[in-house]
Design a protein around this ligand. Structure first.
Ligand SMILES: NC(=O)c1ccc[n+]([C@@H]2O[C@H](COP(=O)([O-])OP(=O)(O)OC[C@H]3O[C@@H](n4cnc5c(N)ncnc54)[C@H](OP(=O)(O)O)[C@@H]3O)[C@@H](O)[C@H]2O)c1
Length: 399
């Protein structure tokens, strides 16, 4: 098939992530990329997004967007509970699918419509694991049936620090013995992040899925290069908790830690064991002050790498007072510009969002799988919910 140079995207969702994606698609090179339509729940937000990004068609019903013959791929920037139904609908309509992380989540999709928030979060973790895995398998199957590609929006796989490390690791032929990685900050912008039924869990699924995705990807690549088969995760041990409920924090007069987590954890840690006995140590927290921290350390038989996605020190600044820089944007989740800070020169670049959009567009144009694909998303889903099961039962869980 002759590669196409024109790639037409249908954006579903017009919120936080959709904004990042529009910025990144506008910078993709080598292809003529256009967002040709947007669908969101409310016409006002969809129309405002379309105005900002010069998008000609606006819908409040995503099915109308899917019916457009000139959409090659849809980018699902919608809440987790919509990932499976929209992927299935898009695949049936013959569209390639870009689905953000997490690929899917347990949000009570097996319960009656009148189930309460508590019914959802009280569900056994074994049931959550079964349902979320079934969803992810169904998403992969739907896109295979539709003969379209499912691209998994794991930006860590594409973050320059991690992809450069991956290249050097391949070159060195080292064995990855251990990885330590986490994403931490001081709580999501979204009130829905505090309720299980809207997100499918807390810090573990929202933040931890990034380092888990990167670790699974790196071990896959190592196995493929050495033996022609990916090295796979075999077990997980995890703990979760809500650190904002520590009594002295709850009672403090002045409190900087985000509180009000309804039924989700704001802290998680897990140990992942791979089938070659190497380990991954993952942490995720909504109780870390000082802006977004996204880091991965990789310890090899012949060296080590420290990948700093955020913060990194390409640029450092000092301000005696927050009024100096006013409300200038420095980096994600930075709560003050007073003192020393690290304004990120290009967050879309260092987070990997830019390179990811470049690969997704090229994958559509060349009709080939993306580097981060639906099967990686499926594995991450399995690890995340196996970790919840481990934390519930206080034991190591086989995957
Ligand atoms: N680094 C990352 O990979 C990253 C970062 C952030 C978020 N995410 C993921 O991105 C997804 C969206 O998060 P967000 O922060 O962008 O949320 P958000 O700001 O709340 O935006 C969600 C969007 O979905 C739209 N929507 C809801 N129901 C819809 C429906 N039935 N049909 C069409 N549109 C619908 C909403 O429409 P209205 O605007 O009209 O309400 C809104 O525009 C989540 O899965 C999250 O985990 C990933």
């Amino acid at each position: 098939m002759t590669p196409r140079t024109s790639v037409r995207i249908g954006m579903i969702g017009a919120g936080f992530l959709a904004e990042t994606r529009a910025r990144c698609y506008a910078q993709v090179h080598g292809y003529d990329v256009q967002i040709v339509a947007v669908a969101a729940r409310t016409s006002e937000r969809a129309a405002a997004y379309a105005d900002r990004h010069a998008i000609p068609r606006v819908f409040t019903d995503y099915r109308e967007l899917l019916a457009l013959p000139d959409v090659d791929a849809v980018d699902l920037c919608v809440p987790n509970h919509l990932h499976r139904p929209l992927t299935e609908a898009a695949a049936a309509a013959g569209k390639h699918v870009i689905c953000t992380k997490p690929l899917t989540a347990y949000v009570g999709q097996d319960l009656a419509a009148n189930a309460t928030d508590a019914d959802v979060s009280d569900q056994s973790r074994a049931q959550m694991l079964a349902v979320a895995t079934m969803d992810a398998v169904a998403m992969v199957a739907a896109t295979e049936r539709g003969d379209v590609h499912l691209m998994y929006g794991e930006n860590w796989v594409y973050a320059p620090a991690i992809s450069r490390a991956a290249g050097l690791i391949a070159h060195s032929r080292g064995v990855i013995l251990e990885m330590r990685g986490g994403e931490c900050h001081n709580g999501s912008h979204s009130p829905f992040s505090k309720i299980w039924r809207y997100t499918g869990g807390g810090a573990l699924v929202r933040l931890g899925s990034h380092p888990i995705g990167a670790m699974l990807y790196l071990k896959q690549q190592e196995g493929l290069a050495r033996n022609g088969a990916p090295i796979r995760p075999v077990s997980v041990s995890a703990e979760v908790g809500d650190l904002s409920k520590i009594a002295a924090v709850a009672d403090a007069e002045k409190n900087w830690i985000v509180r009000g987590w309804q039924d989700v954890e704001n802290w998680a840690a897990l140990i992942l064991t791979f089938d070659d006995s190497s380990r991954g140590v993952v942490y995720a927290s909504d109780a870390v002050l000082g802006g977004m921290e996204s880091r991965l350390e990789i310890f090899l038989s012949n060296g080590q790498f420290k990948c700093n996605l955020s913060p990194h020190d390409l640029l450092q600044t000092y301000s005696p007072d927050a009024s100096v820089l006013g409300n200038a944007y420095l980096m994600e989740k930075a709560s003050t510009s007073a003192g020393w800070s690290t304004p990120l020169p290009n967050e879309d670049w260092s987070s990997g969002q830019l390179a990811m959009c470049q690969d997704f567009v090229a994958a559509v144009a060349e009709n080939r799988p993306a580097r981060s694909d639906g099967r990686l998303g499926l594995e991450v889903t399995r690890v995340v919910y196996a970790a919840y099961l481990s934390a519930e039962q206080g034991r190591r869980v086989e995957i």
